[in-house]
Each structure stands twice: as C-alpha cells, then as structure tokens.
Design a protein around this ligand. Sequence first.
Ligand code: NAP
Length: 313
Amino acid sequence: MDAAMGAKLIIIGTGPAGYTAAIYAARADLEPLVFAGNQLGGQLTTTTEVENFPGFPEGILGPDLMFAMGQQAEKFGAKTIYEEVLSVTREEETGLFVVSSHAAAYKAAAVIVATGATARYLGLPGEKELIGHGLTACATCDGSFYRDVPVCVVGGGDSACEEAHFLTRFASKVYLLHRRDTLRASKAMQQRVLSHEKIAPVWNAVIAEYKRDADGELCGVVLRDTQTGKLSDLAVKCVFMAIGHSPNSGIVRDLVDIDSSGFIITQNNATATKTPGLFAAGDVADPVYRQAISAAGMGCRAALEAERYFLTL
Ligand code: NAP
C-alpha cells in the first residue's frame, strides 16, 4: 500500500482493555484510532449478566457494559475503525508502526495491543465443519436455538458453569462434562450450578467423537471416561465448548516476546513490550487474572505508559 494514514496512537481491540486505554488516551489528547476487529466490544459481548464489575450492584449485561465503554471513549475523541488488523510492523528508519487491515495501512508512533483471546476447541476430527451445526463456544449467541432438547457444556471453569446455568433457560437438560471430578470454578458458581435441577455433571469425561445426523447436524457425542477409558454415548443436540481461550497475539508475534501459551510477555510487570512504543493490555497479555476489570486496569496502565512514551520522543 502506498499512502498510509497517520495517527499518534493506535489501539487494537475494543474489549475492556482497549476501550479503557482509549478513554485515557483520548482524554490525554492522543486522539487514538481504535480498531474494532471481528468482535466489536470483545468477549463480554458474548456473555449475559456481569455481576462482578464494580459500580453495578444489580449487575449489567456484558453488551450494555461494552456499548457504554465505547460511547465513553468516543465522547472524548477516540475514533473506532471497523476493520480487522491483519499485521503490525515497525519501520526501521522512522520507528513508526504500520498497522494494516484489509482496507488500508495506518501509521502511528505508538500502538496498544488489546486483542483479547479466542475460544478454544478440542481439535477432534470434523470439528470445524460442525461449528454452527451443533457445536459452538457461545451460549449467549446460540443457546436459544436449542429449546427443550438436551445439550452439554464442556469444561469445569467459571465460563463452563456460567454457560451451563444460562442454558437452563432453554434446554431440557444441561450435561456439564468435566475431565476431572472437581470444578475449577469459584465456589459461588459451583454451588449455583450443582444445585440446579436441570444441570447434570458428568465427571471424568471427555468427548472422544462427535456424532452427526443425516443432515450433518450434531446429534450426540461419544464420551471417554478419563479413569477407566470406557466409552459411552450421550445424546445431545448441541455442544457448548468452554475450555478456555487462546490469546490473539499473532499479529505482533515478530515484535514481542510470547510465552509457551501465546501470551504477550510485558516488561517489569507493566504493559511495555520489548519493542519501544508497543504496549499490550488485557487477556492477550494476562495468563493469570483474565477478568474484565483487570483488563480495564491494564488498559488504563497501557495508556498512561504510552502517554509517558510520547514525552520521550
Ligand atoms: P479456565 O478457568 O481456564 O477453565 C477451563 C476449563 O476447561 C477447566 O476446567 C479445564 O479443565 C477445562 N479444559 C481445558 N482444556 C480442556 C480439554 N482439552 N478438554 C477438556 N477440558 C478442558 O477458563 P474459563 O472458565 O474460560 O475462565 C477463564 C478466566 O475467566 C478464569 O480466571 C475465570 O475465573 C474467569 N471467568 C470469570 C467469570 C466470572 O467471574 N463471572 C466468568 C467466566 C470466566 P481442568 O480444570 O482440568 O484444567
């Protein structure tokens, strides 16, 4: 691409980290361009009630929270660009970053990467073809399609429990498949799920195979007992995957250090990466906490660090 559009600061991602960084950066007159990516508002837009974000004693819907954050950032002058970033490079002579989408190339003196993480699947044969045909990682998006039929959720963390509980609104039965016999989820979440009459935990179980009907839709799974190796059938119309997320760090792979799970390694417990002017915040750089509020906190720190970086230029 020839002519690249210029900006002081580019923020990649519109989750809690990206939009918080945008609020702080816009108020500091850094006029940030904020790239929405393929999921405007990030992962919270695929959840329902958020009960642990401070300031909302009655809880708030994830999409509403993200809409409000976006509005707050734009009120101070942040500009949302509805494009997905494909690559980030740095020009040797100028030190400027070149952020390229399918539509254009944008140059900026500093970049905050807040690209979050993407749902993981098991990697079983035929899995990709089943996504959208009885296999999904988003109960909020797809749960209402499976009314009065049995479904299952895979995983033992907070996400799996939250999804299972949400699905009781629609499904006739929700099997919670976990590879161990103890949930990883918080005690409050465990209690809510294990006491629900529609939720049946299936301990020490993993999916060995997906079964499809003549139309190619999922109609059940073959389970393998992780203790005995015994196989059994479970008839379900949909599998909701909730086994964690992989950080979306690929677009800056050449500019940052990455740990064995793909998380961006930041310097000295802050948000700076090994490339001057490139900062990382939120789930893409946080293998430990991965909460909306901790991502927002990192977004704030990234913007403040970017602001200080501009003083050194
Ligand atoms: P997570 O805590 O990493 O849990 C992933 C679950 O999937 C674990 O139970 C794990 O089993 C299981 N798993 C992983 N790989 C698997 C595989 N290949 N086959 C079968 N099972 C597999 O992920 P998460 O639930 O998405 O939560 C991520 C973070 O967000 C956590 O810090 C969580 O507390 C937080 N979160 C909070 C809330 C809330 O507070 N409302 C809601 C959602 C998420 P093992 O237990 O055996 O490892």
